[in-house]
Design a protein around this ligand. Sequence first.
Ligand SMILES: [Zn+2]
Length: 78
Amino acid sequence: MARAHICDVPRCGRPRQRWQRPCATCLSRLKEAFQQRRFRDHRLFKKRAAAHLAGPPRHDPVTPQQAFANTERLLGER
Ligand SMILES: [Zn+2]
């Protein structure tokens, strides 16, 4: 007679397949939690990536007048 296999999840006690550690119910719950965690991590990663692409905090944006003055200085006209 085949040995009974019990789910590894504490207080579950449901029978499981021989080749799986948790039963089908716990396995689907585990997958669900894994996916939810991944989505949260994914969002966090996207936020970090956006911050990285934005670069370090910038100074005041350059006005057209300032840009013109910068160009003049570079060209030695001032
Ligand atoms: Zn279970």
